[in-house]
Design a protein around this ligand. Structure first.
Ligand code: PMP
Length: 404
């Protein structure tokens, strides 16, 4: 992969921070955007800004076509059987909440169980807690092993016909662990449970095929796949989406409204009330096309090399412990250093132009499991280089010296 050439396509990578060249290692929080994505936004607003679906004028038609083209692009990106199964949402969080408040409200009852894991992001914990509280259902948690993998034996012990849903992250944003979701889905289906996969971190690194996985729901966010913020998608099996109750009420999601009764629109519009985020949806396709052009396999190979290189370099630093040493990981490394608070490391690295994330990464129960307040997390993208890891390692040595 020609990383130096690809970097040229990301204007932000040319800037400095605190008079140092930017080293951006916060890609798990949000990735940077290539010029083509930025251009797609400007082009939409300068050439064919219009509300979609309802208009018959040229601008409305062009905007509608571009918006729906993204739906087909997302269908391809995650291997869905049909575009009707793709619902646009603000992101992963809204997608999970949509399932909780529609499917969850209707299908989870008193005494039923929902299984999540000990490495879930808060957005795949709290919506299920809300439903469990409301319905008197029980939330069960798959434990995390010391190396950052799921305890699959314990998971199998948790399965019974009381379980209505397993909501599981495919790639941990705090550990980098790639979970065996296909195996989890098959086991959950054996007891009649549905499975929601949180793909917020996996969509950018792994080839996703929801039909092969056989998951019932899959959620991801555009801003982590080189696309804009404020747009993401929920995949749901048509059979489920068709029979689930509606989410928000308003324009677009209806067939006919009278004061006595309202009938609802077909999929996917049934779940897309109101004027959607048209510009960002359109630019998401540009981001997905950008990834496809490079090839996910090429990107993964490059990120794996960065991960291997960073892991060796970091492990050589005295007092540093990597949190999350799963056999199957993406390009993300979380660590702590003896007697130094992650926050202090983050501040000093920022002074050197290095952007890492520090803290609990919206996985407080996982931090508690490891008995730490948080970690320093460096997460890699297609535009990162080994030289930048060298800058991070030198920065860490300096930081330790300053804080010792
Ligand atoms: N799940 C995981 C694993 C995540 O990493 C994130 C984002 N940090 C989310 C869910 C939530 O995504 P968003 O904030 O884009 O809705």
């Amino acid at each position: 992969m020609r990383v130096a050439e690809l970097r040229q396509q990301f204007p932000i990578l040319g800037r400095t921070v605190k008079d140092k060249p930017l080293v951006y290692f916060d890609n798990a929080a949000t990735s940077q955007k290539p010029q083509c994505v930025i251009d797609a936004l400007t082009h939409y607003y300068s050439h064919y800004n219009a509300n979609i679906h309802r208009g018959i004028h040229t601008l409305a038609e062009e905007a509608t076509m571009a918006y729906e083209a993204t739906r087909s692009a997302v269908q391809d990106f995650i291997g869905a059987a049909s575009a009707e199964e793709i619902i646009f949402t603000r992101g992963t969080t809204e997608a999970i909440n949509l399932v909780a408040h529609t499917w969850g409200r209707e299908n989870v009852g008193a005494g039923d169980e929902i299984i999540i894991s000990g490495m879930e992001h808060h957005s795949n914990i709290v919506p299920w807690q809300i439903i469990c509280e409301e319905k008197n259902a029980i939330l069960k948690v798959i434990p995390v092993l010391d190396n950052g993998e799921l305890d699959m034996d314990a998971f199998k012990q948790l399965l019974s016909n009381k379980v209505k849903l397993v909501a599981i992250v495919q790639v941990s944003n705090s550990l980098g662990t790639v979970n065996p979701v296909k195996e989890i889905i098959a086991a959950a289906h054996q007891v009649g449970a549905k499975v929601l996969v949180d793909g917020a971190q996996s969509a950018v690194h792994l080839d996703i095929n929801v039909q092969d996985l056989d998951c019932d729901f899959f959620a991801f966010s555009g801003h982590k796949v080189y696309g804009p913020t404020g747009i993401g998608a929920l995949y749901g099996k048509k059979m489920l989406l068709d029979t689930m109750p509606v989410f928000q009420g308003g324009g677009e999601m209806i067939k006919e409204v009278t004061f006595e009764k309202t009938t609802y629109n077909d999929l996917p519009y049934k779940y897309e009330a109101g004027t959607p985020n048209i510009a960002d949806t359109i630019a998401l396709k540009t981001a997905l096309d950008f990834i496809a052009k490079i090839g996910k396999n090429q990107i993964r190979k490059h990120e794996d090399e960065l991960l291997a290189y960073a892991t060796v370099q970091l492990q050589a630093i005295p007092g540093l412990t990597i949190i999350g040493q799963a056999k199957n990981k993406v390009g993300l490394v979380s660590f702590v250093i003896d007697n130094v608070h992650p926050q202090d490391i983050g501040v000093l690295l920022d002074n050197m132009g290095i952007a890492v994330r520090t803290g609990h990464h919206c996985t407080q129960p996982l931090m508690k499991r490891f008995g730490i307040p948080g970690t320093v997390r460096a997460s890699f993208a297609l535009y990162n280089q080994k030289e930048e890891i060298d800058v991070l390692i030198a920065g860490l040595h300096k930081t330790i010296k300053m804080l010792a």
